[in-house]
Design a protein around this ligand. Structure first.
Ligand SMILES: [Zn+2]
Length: 208
């Protein structure tokens, strides 16, 4: 029975992965990207986004920063979260309770990623958004680090497979996206404060 279930999962993944890998073959080299049913909708949208990126030639605009530069520029927590796929402790991030109107940028490459207009109080302990400013600016990747090598655990609870959210431009780890967010998207982008830099709308007006 378990073997049959696993085969079904594998088959579903293979079908999704084949079309996805054709679109983002370079970006999945580091980690295998595939979708399990709870995230198919999320991944499907992202696949379209990545195709758009390729059509725009955005892949060549990726920014690469040296470890030395980032260690100087970022705090240890910002470096750990964005470069080592870390997670800040719940309820400790500086933007978790931030309700000011403004834009959230990638702390590494300064790409505008999230708006206060999609931020909501999820109670999860991290800033939560129900959408990104532009889906073409983030990369979604299947993340099995929660499950490790325990295949039986994965089969018993496919929901433990999470979808990692990274900045497409610089590959910084941002957080994870889940399918239990509010309307209209139904998504919950659970993002580390340490991955973000916030600028209020008022400050943006002063700069312009
Ligand atoms: Zn970035």
């Amino acid at each position: 029975m378990l073997r049959v279930t696993f085969k079904l999962l594998t088959l579903r993944n293979t079908v999704t992965c084949r079309s996805l890998s054709a679109a983002i073959s370079t970006s999945i080299a580091r980690r295998k990207t595939l979708a399990i049913s709870p995230f198919t909708t999320v991944m499907g949208n992202q696949q379209a986004s990545v195709n758009v990126n390729q059509a725009r030639g955005m892949a060549s605009e990726n920014e690469v920063f040296s470890k030395e530069e980032l260690k100087k520029r970022l705090t240890p927590m910002q470096y750990h979260v964005t470069q080592e796929r870390g997670t800040e402790r719940a309820f400790t991030g500086k933007y978790n309770k931030n309700s000011e109107g403004g834009t959230y940028y990638c702390v590494v490459c300064h790409e505008a990623l999230f708006s206060s207009e999609t931020k909501f109080e999820s109670g999860c302990g991290w800033p939560a958004f129900n959408d990104v400013i532009d889906s073409a600016k983030v990369k979604l990747t299947k993340d099995t680090s929660h499950v490790g090598a325990n295949l039986l655990l994965l089969i018993a609870n496919p929901g433990m497979v999470r979808t990692e959210v990274s900045c497409l431009k610089c590959n910084a780890h941002l957080g994870h996206v889940f399918g239990d967010g509010p309307r209209p998207t139904g998504k919950r982008f659970c993002i580390n404060s340490a991955s973000l830099d916030f600028k209020s709308f008022a400050d943006q007006k002063l700069d312009s």
